[in-house]
Design a binder for this molecule. Structure first.
Ligand code: AMP
Length: 147
């Protein structure tokens, strides 16, 4: 069975869809895709359950419920030996776009954790990726019937 994961273009990422998908396709095939004009509130709450007590949480919820997002199931491309989560990690880069290495997806964002923190909001870092197999299964199941 080929490795799969869940991946999301957040609203700022939707604006750079072509560029981000080209990078993703270097390591994975898109096996399912859903484009939302707005994410349902209860799904956002489930996806970001671990952040519900963080100061940036209300802003994050509003941001995702009022703007488009693209959700995907990705499958590792044939011929790659590295673990899919490690490949995606390298491709995506640090949560803080200012610290994301040149060439990574998040380095394309002009935002930073410092600015986001000073404005009491979540950082706009273009994409969400599942951290590991267990998280991927949980997150994929929120939006897709098959994983
Ligand atoms: P994560 O579950 O780590 O992907 O975090 C979810 C999202 O919450 C991130 O992609 C950011 O948009 C936001 N976020 C996470 N940590 C912080 C933070 N310390 N300050 C502001 N926003 C954050």
């Amino acid at each position: 069975m080929k490795q799969r994961t869940f991946f999301m273009l957040k609203p700022d990422g939707v604006k750079l869809e072509e560029e981000i998908l080209a990078r993703i396709k270097s390591v994975a095939e898109i096996v399912a895709i859903k484009k939302y004009a707005r994410l349902p509130l209860e799904k956002i709450a489930q996806l970001y359950e671990e952040h519900k007590d963080k100061p940036f949480y209300p802003w994050l919820v509003d941001y995702l419920k009022d703007n488009p997002a693209t959700l995907m199931i990705l499958e590792k491309k044939d011929g790659l030996n590295e673990d899919l989560f490690s490949l995606i990690d390298k491709l995506v880069g640090s949560t803080d776009p200012k610290k994301a290495l040149p060439g990574t997806i998040r380095s394309l964002s002009p935002d930073s954790l410092e600015v986001a923190y000073s404005q009491n909001r979540a950082v706009q870092n273009l994409v969400h990726r599942s951290e590991n197999e267990t998280t991927a299964q949980r997150e994929a199941a929120l939006f897709f019937d098959v994983f």
